[in-house]
Write a protein that binds this ligand. Structure first.
Ligand code: ADP
Ligand code: MG
Length: 231
């Protein structure tokens, strides 16, 4: 694959300090994601998957090593520039949707564009278009509390995609869903990645991992490529 590198990390380490105790969660993680690539990250509970995703997304700072997005070392950016870089290049989807309860679906999805400086009219239009893409055009004015779990997650995915990011980071995106809603979300990821958006999906579900281009296992603080079972 000759596609351009979207995201790369080198020798990434993260130590949590808890009083006098040190917990080394990540220790030398290497990862490269190319345009349009879909990578699954699997690993036991507590192996550091969420920690890794937070570092890749610039939400947390590594103890050593570095993360580069489109060649930019995140550590070299100040707080404001980092926020802007994240807003322009990345989308996030969490296990629990993290939608704002006081805002309806359209407002939630428009939010990253508004934060990025877009006008309200164009942000709403873009939000409506992406909500239609995830099959939620009939729920524009519903608040999260008025939506089912699967619908909320589809709105959360729309919010992650509305800025047309280079890469979407997902942490257990179907972990909280019934099998049918999970399948809808997976089908959505399939159809969206046909475009050039890259995905890094943390999951403990081998069926999800199977649908990505590559699977990496986080074990003892490092990522190991998992061989593919023949289809
Ligand atoms: P996973 O997502 O794979 O279940 P996490 O990345 O959430 O794992 O956590 C990895 C390890 O780091 C766990 O042992 C967890 O207890 C520890 N950990 C996570 N966040 C913190 C924190 N803020 N302070 C101290 N320890 C943490
Ligand atoms: Mg986790």
């Amino acid at each position: 694959m000759n596609n351009a590198l979207v995201l790369r990390c080198e020798q990434l380490g993260r130590v949590y300090r808890d009083g006098s105790r040190e917990v080394q969660v990540l220790n030398g993680v290497e990862l490269a994601l190319r345009d349009g690539e879909k990578i699954a990250i699997v690993g036991a509970s507590g192996s550091g998957k969420s920690t890794l995703l937070n570092l890749l997304g610039g939400l947390d700072t590594p103890s050593r090593g570095r993360v580069m997005i489109r060649g930019q070392d995140l550590a070299a950016l100040g707080e404001r520039a980092l926020c802007r870089w994240r807003n322009q290049h990345l989308g996030f989807v969490y296990q629990f949707h993290h939608l704002l309860p006081e805002f309806d679906a359209r407002e939630n999805v428009a939010m990253p564009l508004l934060i990025g400086g877009a006008g309200r009219r164009s942000a709403w239009q873009a939000a409506e278009a992406v909500l239609a893409q995830v099959g939620m055009q009939h729920r524009l004015q519903h608040r999260p509390g008025e939506l089912s779990g699967g619908e909320r997650q589809r709105v959360a995915i729309a919010r992650a995609l509305v800025t047309q990011p280079d890469c979407v980071l997902m942490d257990e995106p179907t972990g909280n869903l019934d099998p049918e809603s999970a399948e809808q979300v997976l089908a959505l990821i399939d159809s969206l990645s046909a475009a050039s958006t890259g995905f890094i999906v943390v999951t403990h579900d081998p069926r999800i991992a199977q649908r990505m281009d590559r699977t990496l296992e986080l074990r003892q603080g490092a990522l190991l490529e998992q061989p593919r079972a023949p289809a």
